[in-house]
Design a protein around this ligand. Structure first.
Ligand code: GLV
Length: 326
């Protein structure tokens, strides 16, 4: 039987590459820039499988251009770039990479929290610019993180990993999520449930860990931002469109909040000019960007592809019904 033809939109890491090559007829995209849309659709014409990144949009036009496609393995936990119902309708399975990036992404929420509170980026730029003329008592005084109240919105794997880290900082942890966590989890993480408005009124740091979907798109709007304390910071490592960016700029300009640490944006790679302020730390969507974790994510995607073409159910399939009808 001929091997399944798979297009992979990145060279990935050797372990994942080797696994894919052991089972499939692979075509890797290895140019530094992302493939242009036409190029991408053209490559899919004769492919049975696709391994893609969150920058690739998988929608009706993709599926029309890829009549033979049977599986899309998204190398990310978030899959808002994939129209899963459209894939299901056409009998295309979709997989993601949950579980392997929680700790790394949680670390990055803390990176942003610490950096913005303690003004690290401003201070680094000051030192590099040669502006530092000597120690001074009130230079770059920021805000303490330790002992404060951390408000976590979305209490899945990543939200909980963020909560676990708070213990070392002696923080009070409050959270909000669609479903309340079990009592033993709340106890273990010393996290208290709050309704959203109460959380926003109490938290010194508000960190977002919800997936992007119809319910969460633009959920963090002006009224929510304005409920935060004027001394509080917003941290977003989830997805940009969860926050109304124009409202966030307004909240920052009018000092309704103290600052923000942002890893994700409404229209990446565009960054609203109003966000380029000293009290905002900006990162180019780096939440899971450690070599170890990106290697694990690539491997999980490869394992999903291999399982599928070996006739097994991919471990991380999001639409099992997409397999049945294929
Ligand atoms: C990264 O943003 C991911 O969803 O894995």
């Amino acid at each position: 039987m001929p091997k399944a033809k798979v297009f992979i939109t990145h060279p990935l890491y050797p372990e994942a590459r080797n696994l894919l090559q052991s089972c499939c007829d692979c075509e890797f995209w290895s140019k530094p820039e992302r493939p242009a849309r036409d190029e991408f659709l053209g490559r899919l014409k004769d492919k049975d499988g696709l391994v893609c990144l969150l920058t690739e949009r998988i929608a009706e036009d993709t599926l029309r251009a890829a009549a033979k496609l049977r599986i899309v393995a998204n190398v990310a936990v978030g899959y808002d770039n994939v129209d899963v119902p459209a894939c299901t309708k056409r009998g295309v399975a979709v997989t993601n990479t949950p579980g392997v990036l929680d700790e790394t992404t949680a670390d990055f929420a803390w990176v942003l929290m610490m950096a913005v509170a303690r003004r690290l980026v401003e201070a680094d730029q000051y030192v590099r610019a040669g502006s530092w003329k000597g120690w001074d008592f009130d230079q770059f005084c920021g805000t303490d993180v330790w002992g404060k109240t951390l408000g976590i919105i979305g209490f899945g794997r990543i939200g909980r990993a963020v909560a676990r880290r708070a213990a070392g900082f002696g923080m009070k942890v409050i959270y909000n999520s669609k479903t309340r966590a079990a009592e033993d989890i709340e106890k273990e993480l010393r996290a208290e449930y709050r309704d959203l408005n109460t959380l926003l009124a109490e938290a010194d740091f508000v960190t977002l860990h919800v997936p992007l979907n119809g319910d969460t798109r633009q959920m963090f709007d002006a009224p929510k931002l304005f409920r935060m304390k004027p001394t509080a910071f917003l941290i977003n490592t989830s997805r940009g469109p969860i926050v109304d960016e124009a409202a966030l700029v307004h909240a920052l300009e009018s000092k309704k909040i103290a600052g923000a640490g942002l890893d994700v944006f409404e229209q990446e790679p565009f960054v609203h000019p109003g966000l380029k302020r000293p009290n905002v730390v900006l990162a180019p969507h780096l939440g899971s960007a450690s070599n170890e974790t990106r290697g694990r994510m690539a491997l999980v995607a490869a394992q999903n592809i291999v399982a599928f073409f070996q006739g097994q159910r991919p471990p991380n399939v999001l639409n099992p019904e997409g397999i049945k009808s294929s």
